[in-house]
Design a protein around this ligand. Structure first.
Ligand SMILES: *[C@@H]1O[C@H](CO)[C@@H](O)[C@H](O)[C@H]1NC(C)=O
Length: 251
């Protein structure tokens, strides 16, 4: 398949996300190797073509606000317009599990939080449920590499205290953790049943945000679609999501 066709697909499926401005964060920072362990440690999977940490930087700041020991770490993956959508997701899935495993090994008393947005929501969901299979349509598609999702009974799965998904390219209607007006609508490439079953083992600590006008997570719905409503989740819902994370962590 021609690269330009896949790029066009990514543009169409993931929508045009321009790199967001990195927001100044008061109480959270990029994790560095050897940094002290924090009580709450957030992993962020960025949206398509975002710079680290992307729009979710605002969410990380809101979660860490008021906490004395909290920071975040970017899941490393390359997802500029030149990158293959599926290759980027596979890289994020592999690195995300590896980074969470390494952190939990080094900091076994820390509570972990996972958040993913747009293409990064695909990554976060795959980290929970396992990745693989096609993304695209009948004629233009790519294939995500097979990865195993987290096991909730062993580290780092048993260290995860809350997980968040926003504007998911793999959104599936009517899941117990879906909220907002798009809760009953699926994306064009919904999560595959076996991965969904495994992801749902985390249902009680999971929340998926989707509005019905989001052309990504609610793409299979009637619309009307407003691209801005795929881009503004963190302007509108960061405080709500942060409060839910704190409540879910029992803080
Ligand atoms: C599949 O996706 C490509 C790229 O977005 C698009 O050009 C094409 O029209 C789509 N085909 C179908 C059958 O929807």
């Amino acid at each position: 398949m021609a690269t330009n066709k896949l790029t066009a697909l990514c543009l169409a499926m993931a929508t045009l996300l321009t790199p967001s401005t990195t927001l100044p964060l008061v109480s959270s920072k990029r994790q560095t190797i050897g940094a002290p362990c924090t009580d709450v440690h957030i992993f962020l999977a960025k949206g398509w073509n975002e710079e680290y940490p992307g729009r979710q930087g605002k969410l990380a700041g809101a979660i860490c606000s008021g906490l004395s020991s909290c920071d975040y770490e970017d899941i490393q993956f390359y997802n500029t317009p030149e990158a293959d959508y599926c290759a980027s997701v596979t890289e994020g899935n592999t690195n995300g599990v590896a980074q969470m495993t390494a952190y939990a090994d080094r900091c076994p008393d820390s509570r972990l939080v996972l958040s993913g947005y747009s293409q990064g929501a695909n990554v976060a969901g795959d980290i929970l449920g396992g990745g693989g299979g096609r993304f695209g349509n009948e004629t233009v598609y790519c294939t995500v590499g097979d990865t195993v999702g987290l096991d909730r009974s062993t580290s780092p799965g048993n260290k995860l205290g809350a997980a968040l998904i926003f504007g998911d390219n793999r959104h599936v209607a009517n899941q117990p953790y879906n909220i907002l007006s798009g809760a009953g609508i699926s994306a064009n490439n919904p999560r595959f049943p076996d991965s969904l079953t495994r992801m749902n083992e985390f249902s009680d600590i999971l929340r998926s945000y989707c509005v019905d006008s989001d052309p990504v997570c609610a793409a299979a719905g009637p619309g009307p679609f407003v691209v801005d409503n795929h881009l503004n989740y963190f302007d509108i819902y960061s405080d709500d999501a942060a409060a839910w994370v704190k409540e879910t962590l029992g803080l």
